[in-house]
Design a binder for this molecule. Structure first.
Ligand code: GLY
Length: 283
């Protein structure tokens, strides 16, 4: 199996009006190249962690540093990870002041309780000595002052390694100016899921993603024998007819990478097939 990789940086064509499509493409290309090297050396799970960390560190994207602020001016972040070997979903919801929420999610995989939220999650991250970070980026403070209500955001990585292990990871700062305490889809099985047949990471309006149980539904359909591209298209036909704004990236056990776009959505993605990189600008 030739290792394959797909990453995303949100479901809106331009996630913040201050940045251009080319800036998003350049950032995604740099990140996917570095992450692919990690995939070759360390396998799918380490590559997903590495790629999501890079996306969390880049203020262009709505995750980690650069997360959107909630209505009360605080940043609360969520992340999840799952792979086809462990078959264990772990996630963190509304954690504060950590550099890499994906590391908090990952550290929970072997714990008794695999999903933590709110203050307990932040206290857990402190106890685990997760790296501290104030995630407030200047352009996000400006957006908050202007009361910009977002609908999209989120980053994600799905990888398959040479042994056939599939891993999916997602991280988000939410949608922006939301009610404090709102729960994103990202650290639910609607937003992130993987089994031995495929892995999925979603982006876009979390309420719609949860209502459609997107990631888990796609994986279940592929487990029942539906080809990944058919499962994705079936779901998005409904999403577009209902005007639901979300998208996803996915990768199956044969190495097929499929991107899904809902109503008025265009996922900012990059795919790496070993020699060739394709981005949302298709160059
Ligand atoms: N998909 C991210 C969110 O809705 O919070």
């Amino acid at each position: 199996m030739i290792p394959k990789l797909i990453i995303h940086g949100g479901a809106g064509l331009v996630e913040s009006p201050e940045f251009t499509e080319r800036q998003y493409e350049k950032a995604l290309k740099g990140i996917i190249k570095e992450t692919y090297s990690k995939l070759l050396k360390k396998g799918a799970r380490e590559a997903v962690l590495y790629g999501v960390r890079l996306l969390e560190d880049n203020p262009l994207f709505n995750a980690g540093y650069g997360s959107r602020l909630q209505k009360d001016g605080r940043v609360r972040m969520s992340a999840a990870i799952m792979d086809s070997v462990s078959q264990k979903f772990s996630g963190v919801i509304n954690v504060c002041n950590v550099r890499h929420p994906i590391d908090v999610a990952n550290s929970l995989q072997r714990k008794r309780h695999t999903v933590l939220g709110g203050r307990g999650a932040t206290e857990y991250a402190r106890r685990q000595k997760m790296e501290y970070c104030s995630p407030l980026a200047p352009h996000r403070i400006k957006e908050h002052e202007e009361r910009v209500k977002g609908e999209t955001g989120t980053v994600g990585v799905v990888a398959i390694d040479s042994r056939g292990c599939i891993c999916a990871g997602t991280s988000t700062g939410g949608v922006g100016y939301e009610t404090p305490g709102r729960v994103s889809d990202s650290a639910t099985v609607a937003g992130t899921y993987a089994s031995k047949v495929c892995g999925v990471s979603c982006t876009g309006k979390g309420e719609s993603i949860v209502n459609q149980a997107v990631a888990a539904k796609i994986v279940a359909r592929v487990e029942d024998g539906v080809p990944l591209n058919v499962a994705v298209e079936r779901l998005f036909k409904i999403a577009r007819s209902k005007k639901l704004k979300f998208g996803l990236i996915s990768l199956d056990a044969e190495g097929n990478a499929v991107v899904g776009n809902g109503y008025n959505s265009k996922v900012l993605y990059a795919k790496h097939y070993g020699q060739h990189i394709e981005t949302f600008l298709k160059r």
